[in-house]
Design a protein around this ligand. Sequence first.
Ligand SMILES: *Cc1c(COP(=O)(O)O)cnc(C)c1O
Length: 420
Amino acid sequence: MIKKTFTPFKNKIWLSSPTMHGEELKYMTEAYETNWMSTVGANINEVERLTAEKVGCKYAVALSCGTAALHLAIKLAGVKPGDKVFCSDMTFDATVNPVVYEGGIPVFIDTEYDTWNMDPVALEKAFEIYPEVKVVVVAHLYGTPGKIDEIQSICDRHGAIIVEDAAESLGATYKGKMTGSFGRVGVCSFNGNKIITGSSGGCLLTDDKEAADKVRKWSTQSRENAPWYQHEELGYNYRMSNVIAGVVRGQFPYLEEHIAQKKEIYERYREGFKGLPVQMNPMDLENSVPNYWLSCMIIHPESMCKQVRGEQETLYTAESGKSCPTEILETLAKYNAEGRPIWKPMHMQPIYRMNPFVTREGDGRAKTNAYISGGAVGKDGKPLDVGMDIFQRGLCLPSDNKMTVEEQDRVIEIVKSCYE
Ligand SMILES: *Cc1c(COP(=O)(O)O)cnc(C)c1O
C-alpha cells in the first residue's frame, strides 16, 4: 500500500505556540524603564483587574503559574494530609499534583463522551463510595466546559466545594457565565501554549476577599506586617513578576481574536474530515461556548488499526482504510507538524496507578491497567473506562493560530492520507 507523500513544512506547524502582537513589548519595556522589575508594579495590578473583569469574579491574584494557583486553591479549600479529593481524570497532571503537595489523596473520576470532562454520573457514584469528600477539582479540557451545573448541584448535595481548573478554558462560557467563575476558587494559566500567554503565569480567582488576601500573603512568603521578616505561617514564592505581567497585559486585548482564530481552525478541520471515520472533540454543545483552544479528533473504533502503547513506546500496524493516533502523529511529525496524544488519564499514570478511580458503573476500588485494558464495557455497551478509550483513539491536532489556511489544508490532506 503506497501512501501519498507531501512536501514537509518549511516552518514547523506547532500544536499551540505563543502569538505576540507588539503591545507585550511595550509593557515589558515600561516595567524596565520605570525599574519595576520585581513582583510589584502596574502590570501586575492591571493583569489582576483585567482577569477579574473578564472572568467575572471579584478578585484575581496574579501568580507565577497556574500550578501555583492550584496549589494555593487546594490550601484554601482546607485539604489536609490523608484527605481524599475528587479530581478530573483525563487532564494535565498540574490539575491533581497540588492535592498531593498538601498531602491529599486524589480519587479520579472518569470522563464522559459528551464533553470529554468529568462525568457527573461517575461523580455521584464517587460520593456514594466516599461520602466524606469535601473538595472536587474540575478541569475544562481543551477549552470545552464540563457540565459544571450538574457537578455543582451534586457537590451542593454532598456539602463539597469545587476548585475549578480553567487553565485551558479562559474565555469559554457555560450558560453565559465564564469558566473559572463557578468554583469556590478558580484558576487560569498564562503558560506559553495557552490561549493567551505571559510566557508563564497564572491567576487564582475568587469572590472572597479574605481568600484573595490570604493567597496574596502566602504567595509572597507569608510576611507579617512587621519591621523585619516576621512569619507566622508557611510561605511560598509564587507571585507573578511585573515583567511577565507586562506580556499578559499586552495579550489581553487579543483574547477574543485568538478564540475566533481557534474556532476557524476547528471548523476547517471538521469540514475537512467529513467522510473520514473520525469525530472532532465536543465543541458544539447546548449549554456552553468553548474557547476552541485545541482541535482534537477521535477515530471510530471500527476504523482503528492495531496500536499498542507501553509506558514509553508505541507501535502500530498500518492497515488500508484504517489508522490510529500513533500513525497520524508520526506522519504529521514526518512533515514537520506537531500533534500530540490526548492527555494520558491520571489513573493510567504510573505515579497514580494505585489511587482510586471511579467509573460510572465502577465499584471505586483502585484498578490496574491490566484490569481495564481487558476492554470492560458498561451496561450501555460502551467502554467502561472512557478516559482510556479517548486516550487510545484520540489525538490533538496542530492548532496554532498562526497556521495559514493553506498550511491547515495540507495538514488535513496528511491526516487523510493515513486512511488510504
Ligand atoms: C497548563 C495547565 C495547568 C497548569 O498551568 P501552568 O501555568 O502551566 O502551571 C493546569 N491545568 C491544566 C488543565 C493545564 O492545561
